[in-house]
Design a protein around this ligand. Structure first.
Ligand code: ZN
Length: 275
């Protein structure tokens, strides 16, 4: 019983560069944080007090201690690496199917010429999105969607992109993160939405419409949803402690209404201590 007796002296400590949490879709979604020497199963930290401390930057491309600009990359890497081309955020700009290079044609072929899914997900409202097929249901979990459905499965990213562009004339393409975290959500029939949107799929993608599929339901490990979520900025508040009461999307939710978006803090080296 040594551990129990001395538990307050035994803060477990981890250090590593933040990357989005890995997930596993069980009855309840399981979350894992990769901290170099260990994977922390975040579900096991629910109701525990954890401290997050900013140590330095570590760009996910060059590894240098340079201020992070976007997507875990420093500014120069963001504008140079093939992993941050415009086609990532705007799939309709994909050109690998035409053999045209953006930054690195081999990398772009590897990423773009794979089956892609256009889907509807309900996180705060129904929204349309694009993901590689291999990222289903990871992508939905990362967005905090409690239900989602595939609309088309196409052979490349470009076709998915033009389908999304056409559909977002008729349905949202953004999530309201506050509503998502407050769990201020309404259950929708995504089958109905899908069938209504079918008519707007562009000609080139119509043959890829998926018939007769069902919604996927996702259950997040949350004990208490925040009423007024306030976002933790680790640069302004380099040392934060709070009691973890939930995980939804890529957010850690704390008892004092603080929420921490792990994905938005990729590239920051942190020390995590668990009391
Ligand atoms: Zn860099």
């Amino acid at each position: 019983m040594l551990g129990v007796k001395n538990s307050k002296f035994y803060a477990m400590q981890y250090q590593g560069v933040l990357k989005k949490m890995l997930t596993e879709n069980n009855d309840e979604i399981q979350y894992y944080l990769d901290m170099e020497s260990d994977f922390i199963n975040m579900n096991q930290l629910l109701t525990k007090t954890i401290t997050i401390q900013f140590v330095k930057y570590q760009c996910l491309n060059c590894g240098l201690d340079k201020q992070i600009y976007r997507q875990g990359f420093c500014k120069s890497c963001f504008f140079e690496t093939a992993r941050a081309g415009d086609w990532i955020m705007r799939p309709e700009l994909s050109k690998a199917h035409l053999g045209i290079e953006d930054r690195d044609l081999e990398y772009e072929k590897q990423s773009q010429l794979k089956p892609h899914i256009v889907y509807l997900a309900n996180s705060s409202n129904v929204k349309v999105g694009v993901t590689r097929k291999s990222q289903v249901p990871t992508r939905w979990i990362d967005q905090g969607a409690h239900e989602a459905i595939e609309i088309v499965e196409v052979p490349n990213r470009y076709l998915a992109g033009i389908t999304e562009v056409a559909l977002k004339e008729h349905v949202a393409d953004k999530t309201n993160w506050r509503k998502m975290l407050k769990n201020d959500v309404v259950d929708e029939s995504l089958e109905d939405w899908k069938n209504k949107l079918k008519q707007y799929i562009p000609e080139e993608a119509k043959e890829y419409f998926i018939e007769n599929n069902k919604e996927t339901e996702l259950k997040f490990p949350v004990i208490a949803y925040p009423e007024k979520p306030k976002s933790l900025n680790l640069i302004k508040t380099p040392n934060y402690s709070g009691k973890l009461v939930g995980i939804k999307g890529q957010y850690l939710i704390f008892e004092d209404q603080t929420v921490f978006n792990v994905r938005a803090n990729e590239g920051l080296v942190v020390q995590i201590s668990i009391q």
